[in-house]
Design a protein around this ligand. Structure first.
Ligand code: XIL
Length: 657
C-alpha cells in the first residue's frame, strides 16, 4: 500500500467522521461476528452431538481452527445461534477444510410462520486437503424464528475444519444500554452485579460491550458443568477407574473473555444431579458399566475436583474465580433429600443413589476446600429456597458444614415468577440464611411474566420488590456479596417465553432495568467495589466468633458507619487530587478508541470525530489512543493507527510513537 493510498483512506475516514450519521450502527456491512477460533469455539457449538473444539493441528489464519469430529450423519456439525434476525440480509465468509474430499455446506435452519422447520443451503465449497472459501449472501425470511446456522457436509461423516468466519449485515441492536451508568457502579457499595452467559450470548460486539459495561461477575451458563468438562475417552484412557479426565474446551472462550476484561467468575458447578453424564457413575467410565461403589465414587469426586482446579489454575492463572458452586440442588421442596435414581430427567440423583444419604455433599466440600485456591469462596446453591421446609433443610445441612469450616456461602438461584413468591417470603429466607453468618449470593435471578408479557407493570413491580428486599437485608447486615441475573437478554434467556430479564432481545433497556437501577439513590453510586468489600469482610470477620445475635446487632451498627465513611472518602478525594488520566487508567489495547478490544477503521473514525469536537472520548479510550502522551486526540494519532490497521506498522510502533 502506498502512502498516497493511506492518505486517501485517511481523508475518507475524516469525511465519514464529518458525516452527520454515524456509520457503524446502521451500516449494512457491519461485522456482526468474526471467529478465528484462537481461544476456543467463539460461540459455535455442537450440532447433533458432534465434538466441536478449537484445534491447532490445521488452520487457515492465526494458529487454530474449529475442528468438527465424531459425526454419525452428514447434517451433524457446528452451529451458531442467537445472531441472525428475521427479514435481514447477511454476507457470510468462511474457510473450510477436509483431509479427504468433501463438500462442506453452511446451512440456515429456522421455524417458518406455520411452525415448520426449514433448512436452506446458504453456500458451500469443495475441499480435498486444501482450504476452500464459502462466500455467500442470504436473506433470512421475515417469518423466521429460532434461527441458527451450521456447517455440515453434503454427504458422509468425515471430520472437517472451519476457520476465519465473518458475518456482516445490518446491526439491528440498540446501544442505549451503553449510555447508562454501569449497573455494577450503581451497586458498587452493595455487591457485585453479574450475569450468566453462554459463548453464543457473548459473541457479538454489542453483547460483549454490554457485559463489560454493566457486569463485574460472570457465570458460564453451561460450560463449567460436569457434562461440559468431563471427557469420557480421556477418563477411560486414564485406565485406573478413578481418575476422570477434564477439559476446558467448552469454557475457554468465556473464561478468556473474562480474563481479558477483568470480569470475576462464579464457577458453576462441581457436583450436581443434572447435566452430569451417566458414565461418570459407572464402572470403567462406560455408559453400560455397573454402578460404582461409594468408595470408588468418592475417589472420582476428589480427583474430578482436583483436576478442574488444576486445569483452571494452569490455563487461567490470572482469572479471578472468586467463588464456586460446589454442590447444586440436593433438596426437594418438602425438605427431603433428592431421591436416588438413574433418571435425572425425572429429578433423580445418581449421587443420592450411590451414597444412600447426603454425605456426598460433605465430601464435595471437603475436596473443594482442599484443592480450591485460598480465597475462593465455596457455595451451596439451590432454588425455591423461600419454601420454608426446603429452606430449613438447607439451613441445617449448611450449619453443619459451617461448623466444620467447609463452606463460605449459600446461593439463592431465584428463578421467580410474577406473583410468587412475594417479597416478604423471599426476605424471610434471606433473614434465615443470614443467621448462619455466611455470605449469601443471589446467583440466578430472573422473574418471568408468562401472562402479561415483557415489562408488564407486575413484572416491573416484582423486580422492584425482590431487589428491594435484597438491598434491605444487605443494609440490615446480611453479608450479600453478589446479585447475578441468569442471562443477558430476554431473547436468549433459558426462560425466554416469560421475558424474565433486564434487557430486550435487541439489547434495549427494559423498565425492569430502570426499576433495579432506581433502588439505589444516585448519591450512593460509586466506582470501585473492592474498597467496600474489603472493609466489610474485615468487619464481619471481627464479629464472627461472637454469638449469632450479637453478631447481627454489631453488623447492623457498623454497617451505616462504613457506608457513610466510604461515601465521604470518595467525595473527598475525587475533585481535587484526581490523577492525570494516563496515570489513572492503564491501556487496555493500544489504538482501541471504541473499547471493543479490536483496532479497526471505526477507531480511526472515532478519533477523527473527537479531533473535530463531534465526539468525546472516554478516559479509557483516550488513554488507549494517546500515542504522543499529550492527553488529547489528534490527527497524528489517527494517521498512525490507520497505518497500523493497513499493515504498515506494528503494535510496537504505536507503543513507541
Ligand atoms: C440452565 C441453563 O441456563 C440452560 O441453558 C440449560 O439447558 C439447563 O440449565 N439452575 C442452575 C443452572 O443451577 O445451571 C440452570 O441453567 C438453571 C437452573
Amino acid at each position: 500500500m502506498t502512502f498516497k493510498k493511506i492518505a486517501e483512506l485517511f481523508t475518507a475516514a475524516m469525511m465519514v467522521a464529518n458525516a452527520s450519521t454515524l456509520l457503524p450502527a446502521s451500516a449494512e456491512d457491519t461485522v456482526l461476528h468474526n471467529a478465528g477460533f484462537e481461544n476456543g469455539t467463539d460461540g459455535w457449538s455442537s450440532f447433533g452431538g458432534t465434538s466441536v473444539v478449537s484445534s491447532n493441528a490445521i488452520f487457515h489464519g492465526g494458529e487454530s481452527a474449529l475442528f468438527i469430529s465424531g459425526r454419525s450423519d452428514s447434517w451433524q456439525g457446528a452451529a451458531l445461534s442467537s445472531l441472525l434476525q428475521a427479514g435481514k440480509t447477511y454476507q457470510f465468509d468462511a474457510w473450510v477444510f477436509s483431509q479427504t474430499s468433501d463438500t462442506i455446506q453452511l446451512t440456515l435452519k429456522y421455524t417458518d410462520g406455520s411452525g415448520n422447520a426449514q433448512y436452506k443451503g446458504i453456500g458451500s465449497a469443495d475441499s480435498a486437503g486444501a482450504w476452500a472459501e464459502i462466500n455467500a449472501s442470504y436473506d433470512v425470511p421475515a417469518d423466521a424464528t429460532d434461527i441458527l446456522i451450521y456447517f455440515q457436509t453434503a454427504s458422509g461423516t468425515n471430520d472437517f475444519y472451519v476457520d476465519d468466519v465473518t458475518i456482516k449485515g445490518e446491526a439491528s441492536w440498540s446501544t442505549e444500554a451503553l449510555d447508562k451508568t454501569p449497573l455494577k457502579d450503581v451497586y458498587a457499595k452493595y455487591f457485585k452485579i453479574g450475569c450468566a452467559a453462554t459463548p453464543s450470548e457473548i459473541n457479538t460486539p454489542i453483547s460483549q460491550d454490554l457485559v463489560k459495561h454493566h457486569f463485574n461477575s460472570l457465570t458460564p451458563g453451561n460450560e463449567l458443568k460436569p457434562d461440559a468438562v468431563l471427557n469420557q475417552a480421556g477418563s477411560q484412557a486414564n485406565g485406573d477407574n478413578v481418575t476422570p479426565a477434564v477439559s476446558l474446551d467448552a469454557a475457554r472462550y468465556t473464561l478468556k473473555f473474562c480474563e481479558e476484561n477483568h470480569i470475576s467468575v462464579r464457577g458453576h458447578v462441581l457436583c450436581w444431579y443434572s447435566q452430569t453424564p451417566d458414565w461418570f457413575f459407572k464402572e470403567g467410565f462406560r455408559s453400560d458399566g455397573a454402578l460404582v461403589s461409594k468408595e470408588i465414587m468418592n475417589q472420582r469426586l476428589e480427583n474430578y475436583i482436583k483436576a478442574v482446579m488444576d486445569k483452571m489454575a494452569e490455563e487461567f492463572p490470572n482469572l479471578d474465580v472468586y467463588c464456586w458452586d460446589v454442590v447444586n440442588e440436593c433438596y426437594l421442596d418438602d425438605g427431603s433429600l433428592r431421591k436416588g435414581g438413574t433418571d435425572p430427567n425425572n429429578q433423580e440423583s445418581y449421587w443420592s443413589l450411590i451414597y444412600g444419604d447426603n454425605s456426598y455433599i460433605e465430601s464435595a466440600f471437603t475436596y473443594a476446600r482442599k484443592y480450591a485456591f485460598e480465597g475462593t469462596k465455596l457455595f451451596y446453591n439451590d432454588f425455591n429456597e423461600y419454601i420454608p421446609a426446603k429452606r430449613d433443610a438447607i439451613y441445617n445441612m449448611v450449619a453443619d458444614l459451617k461448623e466444620k469450616g467447609l463452606i463460605d456461602g449459600i446461593g439463592m438461584q431465584s428463578h421467580l415468577d410474577v406473583g410468587y413468591p412475594d417479597a416478604n417470603l423471599y426476605k424471610q429466607c434471606l433473614e434465615k440464611f443470614n443467621q448462619l453468618g455466611l455470605e449469601i449470593q443471589v446467583t440466578e435471578l430472573d422473574i418471568t411474566d408468562y401472562k402479561n408479557g415483557a415489562d408488564s407493570a407486575q413484572q416491573v413491580q416484582a423486580y422492584h420488590d425482590i431487589v428491594n428486599a435484597i438491598i434491605e437485608q444487605k443494609k440490615a447486615g446480611a453479608n450479600i456479596t453478589a446479585l447475578v441475573f441468569w442471562g443477558i437478554t430476554d431473547g436468549t434467556s433459558w426462560r425466554s417465553d416469560g421475558s424474565p430479564l433486564l434487557f430486550n432481545a435487541d439489547y434495549s433497556v427494559k423498565k425492569t432495568y430502570e426499576a433495579v437501577e432506581s433502588l439505589i439513590p444516585e448519591s450512593e453510586w460509586g466506582q470501585t467495589e473492592t474498597e467496600f468489600e474489603t472493609e466489610e469482610i474485615t468487619e464481619t470477620e471481627a464479629t464472627e466468633t461472637e454469638s449469632e445475635s450479637e453478631e447481627i446487632t454489631e453488623t447492623e451498627a457498623t454497617e451505616t458507619e462504613s457506608e457513610s465513611e466510604e461515601i465521604t472518602e470518595t467525595e473527598a478525594t475525587e475533585p481535587e487530587e484526581k490523577p492525570t488520566e494516563s496515570e489513572a487508567v492503564e491501556i487496555t489495547k493500544i489504538g482501541d478508541a471504541t473499547l471493543d478490544g479490536t483496532v479497526n477503521i471505526v477507531d480511526v473514525i472515532s478519533i477523527n470525530k473527537a479531533v473535530l469536537g463531534k465526539e468525546t472520548l472516554s478516559q479509557q479510550a483516550l488513554v488507549n489512543i494517546d500515542l504522543n502522551h499529550n492527553n488529547k486526540p489528534d490527527s497524528d494519532e489517527s494517521l498512525a493507527i490507520l497505518k497500523y490497521i493497513v499493515g504498515l506498522s506494528s503494535e510496537d510502533d504505536l507503543a513507541n510513537f
